[in-house]
Every structure is written in structure tokens, then in C-alpha cells.
Ligand binder design. Structure first.
Ligand SMILES: [Zn+2]
Length: 106
């Protein structure tokens, strides 16, 4: 029975270590999911000002603000998209935010 207890302690310790080590990576990965993180999940907007507001409101996974460092357009299946490349002010992590601007042109 002590062997089983030891194994359980090792397992819990390893789990805590893995969770701590991957905490930051997981936060980073989580910030790459959800609305605006891909063309499939592009945020529908009715004006270009909304894009600026969304970029301003965006927070990096580290908690700092981001700023736009580039932008571009894409067209897919008759829909128009605009994307903004943003960079974190603190950790310089880059991310791309996608917006569905089809409604702007209608
Ligand atoms: Zn950051």
C-alpha cells in the first residue's frame, strides 16, 4: 500500500508541476481561441471604427494592452474580411484579429 500512496504523491506533484509550467502557455493558447482569432470566428462589424475599438479593448494573455502593427484584407466565399496584426506592449507577443466586414460594403 505505501507504494500506491507514493505513486499517488508523485502523480499529484507531477500534475502540479505540469500545470504551473504550462500555465503561461495555456493562457497564450487560450488567447488564440474565441471570437476574432480566426477567419471562421471573425467578429462581424458594421463599421471600420468598430475594428479600432476592438483592437483598443483587446488585452494580451499577459494582461497588457496591445497595439496594431499591421492590417490587411481577405476575401473568402463572397465574404470580406479585414485583419489586424496586433503586438503586446509588454511581452511583444503577436496575434492576428479577424473581422467580417461584409456588412460594411452593403
Ligand atoms: Zn503580453
Amino acid at each position: 500500500m505505501p507504494g500506491l500512496l507514493f505513486a499517488a504523491v508523485v502523480l499529484v506533484t507531477a500534475a502540479v508541476w505540469v500545470l504551473r509550467g504550462m500555465g503561461r502557455r495555456r493562457a497564450r493558447a487560450a488567447s488564440r481561441r474565441g471570437p476574432g482569432t480566426s477567419l471562421a470566428e471573425a467578429i462581424p462589424v458594421s463599421s471600420f471604427e468598430t475594428i479600432d475599438e476592438a483592437v483598443t479593448a483587446r488585452r494580451c494573455h499577459c494582461g497588457a494592452g496591445v497595439r496594431a502593427v499591421g492590417e490587411g484584407t481577405r476575401e473568402l466565399d463572397g465574404r470580406r474580411f479585414r485583419y489586424a496584426r496586433v503586438e503586446c506592449d509588454a511581452c511583444e507577443d503577436e496575434q492576428v484579429l479577424y473581422f467580417d466586414v461584409t456588412a460594411v460594403f452593403h
